[in-house]
Design a protein around this ligand. Structure first.
Ligand code: CDP
Ligand code: MG
Length: 691
């Protein structure tokens, strides 16, 4: 075993009598599903009674009736997310309006809605639905609506008093995402003037006093947990490579430990895919000596058909290993987990207002996270947690809690939403934990530079148009500006492709050269990454959205379909803000100018040493073109970029060449002549190749 010394958590014996029932339920549920679910609906209905929350159903409903705002705390898996909205429905709340339940993560919103629709025996999207950015799976019939917290924030723009809702449940409140934090302030206000609305703030952490304090001493309803003992193992010495250590630990558990599924916490999709590949290889090399190991990846962008697999019961004799991001910490509960492997890291966003640099870095988790992770193994029986770090690290190096996202993110998008809700004085906004004034100021500065706010800090017409798009303000500005350059058609394709993320192209290991060549085709003429994305989209469209075209060009069809969906929505929003759809695909300069109109704060100039420096003099920053960019070798003298990400270096992703005079033409209020004075080719080293 990689991990050694043991330390047992205490067992909560008071609920001992309930355990056998829970176990019985798990077994019979597996059986009924295997029988191809003849009475699976009835079974699911019956199963609901064995969840820890069920005993408190009546008390809970009484408390909700009595108190307008209620804080509910209960361990992960107790049934908060799936049951409370159903209880409210059964108690008649949905006659007065919808019951909305927010989730910080898309995958959780989708999978929970799917589960609840099964339990209620209705079609997903009918009585039970979900809404996530760019995907609305609800209908007029929908009474239970699961959604991301960001979606509810957007709904508030259209319906400031949320009059179509009777209850709102802000779930997973402990995650403290920016959207959840902003919702706290807004919902608290709504509850003051809408006495007929109920608010439920639910959380998996025991530290609920803070929520209660914020909501004017709202009462706390605690659902007693029924957790089995969890044996915690630490490594004796720090692990040099936690991914390797995690894989070895999985194999050791698989070979040596009694039946029970494994949950491994990794930091992101790439890492999960790497682990999946390595595990598959090692298992194959062990041959038929070992039992079957079913590998289930779980991360944010996982397609829904694969998502469903994680919840399928493990067949007899096999073992399941779930490779998950933080999402499995509290958002999703997977039954049957007996072993948890915790390398102690997660990907965390951070933001430096001074430089405007956002980064997503692998960071040590907090003690609170470590405890949540360990708890995942003791839900349906005694469990074991293997921490791939030392006891010393746990006790002395991990922070107690993760700081809320609002204190480590760029606030421009949130502030634009607040401004369009008419909240002008942000310093007076009721934040649970206020962001730094530097971050607030920086966001206001950016919105002013983009023309979304006037010099009094009021929303402009451009700002109102921008707020209609569920996108980062720079992307929204690019779209709004495209009207001027008569290329809105091209620009919304680019915006849609950028919104899909970095999953457009794929690189199978054995066909890398072919994949690279296919990709280079779109970059002919060094058009830059934005226009290359547009070409990919247009070429796909020309083949009538052909799947075969995608595979021939090493383009992921799933990502393209998503881009098409997003594009459709952007198109309808264009109409709403009164911008005509016009195409100007041959005028690349016009398209680049529209891009620059949104992204001029992200411009950079080539330096003598081959690096770039961001142009704005006060907070200039060194960066490099990401190797995946079509311009990585070309290195134009002036560029605009979509994102600056810090991985091994500061990289600019999605880069387009610009002419420095455009900066003065487009953003004369932001750049001065001296900012864009060209160094001229003479001062550059001779080994550079210019276009
Ligand atoms: O919200 P909380 O963590 O308290 O629990 P929940 O998400 O309501 O989960 C209650 C039960 O439903 C758990 O035992 C899960 O295994 C099950 N569930 C499921 O089978 N599939 C889902 N997509 C969600 C929950
Ligand atoms: Mg939950």
């Amino acid at each position: 075993m990689t991990a050694s010394s043991g330390l047992s958590a205490r067992r909560d014996d008071s609920k001992g009598g309930e355990f056998p029932k829970t176990r019985m339920m798990i077994r019979s549920r597996s059986r009924s599903r295997r029988k191809k679910g003849c009475s699976s609906k009835a079974k699911l209905h019956e199963d609901r009674k064995y969840l820890p929350i069920y005993k408190y159903r009546a008390d809970l409903l009484k408390a909700i009736e009595k108190f307008q705002v209620l804080i509910i705390v209960g361990e992960t898996g107790s049934g908060k997310t799936t049951q409370i909205p159903q209880y409210l429905h059964e108690a008649g709340y949905t006659k007065r309006g919808k019951v909305g339940c927010t989730q910080p993560r898309r995958v959780a919103a989708m999978s929970v809605a799917a589960r609840v629709s099964q339990e209620m025996g209705v079609k997903l999207g009918h009585e039970v639905g979900y809404a996530i950015r760019f995907e609305d799976c609800t209908s007029e019939k929908t009474v239970l609506k699961y959604m991301t917290d960001g979606m509810l924030l957007r709904e508030l723009l259209a319906e400031p008093d949320l009059s179509s809702y009777s209850v709102l449940m802000v779930d997973e409140a402990h995650e403290r995402t920016v959207s959840t934090d902003i919702l706290f302030g807004l919902l608290k206000d709504i509850a003051r003037f809408r006495k007929d609305i109920n608010l439920i703030i639910s959380s998996a952490t025991l530290d609920a006093e803070k929520f209660s304090d914020f909501f004017d001493s709202a009462p706390i309803f605690r659902i007693p947990g029924s957790r089995y003992p969890v044996e915690i193992h630490y490594t004796k010495a720090p692990e040099a490579n936690y991914l390797d250590a995690a894989i070895i630990t999985v194999l050791q558990i698989h070979v040596k430990e009694p039946p029970g599924d494994i949950l491994v916490f990794l930091t992101g999709q790439e890492e999960i895919e790497m682990a999946e590949e390595t595990l598959n290889r090692r298992i194959r090399s062990l041959g038929s000596k070992v039992a079957e190991l079913i590998i289930c990846p779980v991360y944010a962008n996982l397609p829904s058909e694969i998502q469903a697999r994680i919840f399928e019961p493990t067949p007899q004799g096999a073992r399941k290993v779930v490779l998950a991001t933080n999402i499995a910490e509290t958002s999703l509960t997977i039954d049957g987990i007996k072993y948890v492997i915790d390398p102690g890291f997660c990907k965390m966003k951070s933001y430096v207002p001074r430089t405007g640099m956002e980064s997503l870095l692998v960071t040590p988790i907090s003690k609170a996270s470590a405890n949540q992770r360990a708890g995942r193994s003791g839900r349906t029986g005694p469990g074991k947690c293997f921490r791939l770090y030392t006891a010393y690290t746990y006790h002395t190096e991990l922070d107690a809690n993760t700081p809320p996202e609002i204190q480590r993110t760029n606030l421009a998008s949130v502030i634009l939403s607040l401004k369009s809700l008419g909240i002008d004085d942000l310093l007076k906004f009721d934040f649970m934990d206020p962001p730094s004034s530097e971050a607030l100021l920086k966001a206001l500065e950016l919105l002013f530079a983009l023309g979304a706010l006037n010099k009094h800090g009021e929303l402009t017409k451009v700002g109102r148009q921008m707020a209609e798009f569920p996108l980062d303000p720079m992307l929204s500005k690019m779209i709004v500006a495209s009207a001027k350059y008569k290329c809105s058609d091209e620009i919304i394709s680019i915006a849609a492709m950028l919104s899909v993320g970095n999953s457009i192209f794929y690189h199978p290991k054995h066909k890398q050269i072919h994949a690279d060549n296919a990709r280079k085709n779109f970059h002919i003429g060094n058009v830059g990454d934005h226009i290359a994305l547009m070409k990919v989209y247009n070429s796909w469209k020309e083949t009538n959205y052909s799947t075969q075209w995608c595979s021939e060009n090493y383009v992921q069809v799933r990502s393209m379909k998503r881009a098409r969906d997003i594009r459709e929505q952007l198109e309808s929003r264009l109409e709403r803000v009164g911008i005509e759809l016009t195409s100007n695909s041959n005028d690349l300069e016009a398209i680049k100018k529209a891009i620059t109109s949104g992204f001029f704060p992200h411009s950079a100039r080539l330096q003598k040493d081959g690096s770039y420096r961001t142009v704005k003099s006060r907070n200039t920053q060194t960066a490099y073109i990401h190797p995946s960019s079509g311009l990585a070798e070309v290195r134009p003298r002036w560029v605009v970029y979509d994102q600056l990400v810090l991985t091994s270096k500061e990289y600019m992703r999605q880069v387009t060449e610009l002419k420095p005079e455009w900066l003065l033409e487009i953003a004369s209020h932001y750049y001065q002549k001296k900012d864009v004075e060209d160094l001229g080719p003479k001062k550059m080293p001779t080994w550079f190749s210019y276009k």
